[in-house]
Ligand binder design. Structure first.
Ligand code: HEM
Length: 380
């Protein structure tokens, strides 16, 4: 979901956003087609290799080394394209989306070095600490700023309303940059990693409320006077739904960083509820919004059917919202069962009905996304 769906959509959408915000063509645009082919062939190869058992064993860093190296090189090339374009821009202001774009690309190029070296070269408990750092950089310094690039561009564009507050964007940006790097160890609470380091991660996780609430205030502020336009506006609908789910997911995140909630939930699907509601519920929804906004404009044909797109919206939204509820509920139940001393296998058996629900909600999301793709491609 992170490297295949979100990142691919994000890089594609940047090809639309960056030239518009800079007032010049994308630098090295002639490389883009080759980069697209290499990026997708690499992902395909990664899927095949992983199915054959090649896996580096790091969550969000499972890809085989050869695929990580290709991903890294493509991202470096794309970073160069974007930075040169921004350097040559004709628009004097550096728009908020562009701050986040620079940050996301530069941070992630550096973070991929952690992924290249980490799994095989760092022994013992430090391997877990590196992984926590890497994983949360993927989440907080790639997906999050990259997602902000999209919503800061597409929300004002789809509603034709300026962003609510420039000052809030500044607070959001710098507090993200300041607090995110410290939170990685909240993935390894109660581990042999030093307690004081875990506590710093917990405190920083609480402080993340600052960037989260400031950006959300900016998004909801941008909606003022425009709520009545959301119904027939598919991109805006996806964006604002993603923002609501962001509030839910991040509130859950800050709470589960507390030792008292982490104790019952860590090894359960409660965490998976959180990762799905944030990565899919927020960032994939924002990327889909961008695709729905850009597709008719670049293909020259309107969406084939609003009705179908709207069905897609509701299936995706209800699917992810109820999947997250189901996963959170089953996680809490299983966690407290284990703490009460129930045998592990019995706690697993108790989860069976929930997993059926998870399958159904997942199917709703699959069908929903397929309807969206259909309504885009049939429009041509
Ligand atoms: C205020 C913001 C957030 C806080 C405080 C937070 C906190 C946490 C905590 C404490 C965990 C570990 C739970 C455990 O292992 O028991 C976690 C896991 C995770 N979070 Fe967040 N989170 C936040 C936002 C996000 C966002 C925005 C994303 C996605 C872009 C995200 C994606 C994930 C993922 C993928 C995991 C890993 C789940 C796993 O281990 O399987 N989080 N988060």
């Amino acid at each position: 979901m992170i490297w295949g769906a979100f990142s691919t959509l994000f890089i594609g959408l940047c090809h639309y956003i960056v030239p518009r915000l800079c007032g010049v063509r994308l630098a090295g645009a002639m490389w883009s087609r080759a980069l697209l082919l290499i990026w997708n062939a690499n992902l395909l190869l990664a899927v095949v290799l992983m199915a054959l058992g090649w896996n580096r064993g790091w969550e969000a860093g499972e890809l085989p080394l050869v695929n990580v190296l290709v991903l890294f090189l493509v991202l470096i090339a794309f970073t160069a394209q974007c930075l040169v374009t921004i350097g040559r821009r004709r628009e004097a202001p550096l728009y908020v989306s562009l701050w986040y774009l620079i940050a996301a690309l530069v941070w992630t190029d550096a973070n991929l070095v952690l992924l290249i070296l980490g799994p095989d070269h760092v022994p013992g408990i430090n391997n877990a600490a590196w992984h926590g750092l890497f994983l949360h950089y993927v989440v907080g310094l790639w997906i999050t700023p990259a997602g902000y690039v999209l919503i800061y561009y597409f929300l004002p564009a789809s509603l034709r309303n300026p962003i609510y507050s420039h000052k809030l964007s500044l607070i959001g940006f710098w507090s993200l940059a300041f607090f995110y790097p410290f939170v990685g160890l909240h993935h390894y609470l109660y581990s042999p990693i030093a307690d004081w380091a875990e506590t710093i991660a917990i405190v920083s996780s609480m402080m993340l409320i600052v960037p989260v609430w400031t950006v959300l205030q900016n998004f909801f502020g941008t909606m003022v006077g425009r709520w009545h336009e959301v119904g027939p506006n598919l991109p805006a609908k996806f964006l604002i739904t993603g923002a609501i789910l962001y509030l839910v997911g991040c509130t859950q995140g800050s709470l589960e960083a507390l030792r008292s909630l982490q104790e019952p939930t860590h090894f359960t699907d409660f965490v998976i509820a959180h990762s799905h509601i944030t990565v899919f519920g927020t960032f994939i929804l924002w990327a889909l919004a961008g695709a729905l906004y850009v597709w008719p404009r670049v293909s020259g044909a309107p969406l084939w059917s609003f009705r179908l797109g709207n069905w897609g919206f509701w299936l995706v939204t209800l699917g992810i919202a109820s999947m997250s509820l189901v996963l959170a509920a089953q996680g809490l139940q299983q966690g407290f069962m284990l703490m009460a001393g129930v045998a592990w296998i019995d706690s697993i058996n108790a989860m069976r009905p929930y997993w059926w629900l998870r399958t159904l909600t997942g199917l709703a999301m699959d069908v929903g996304v397929s309807l969206l793709v259909l309504t885009m491609v049939k429009g041509r």
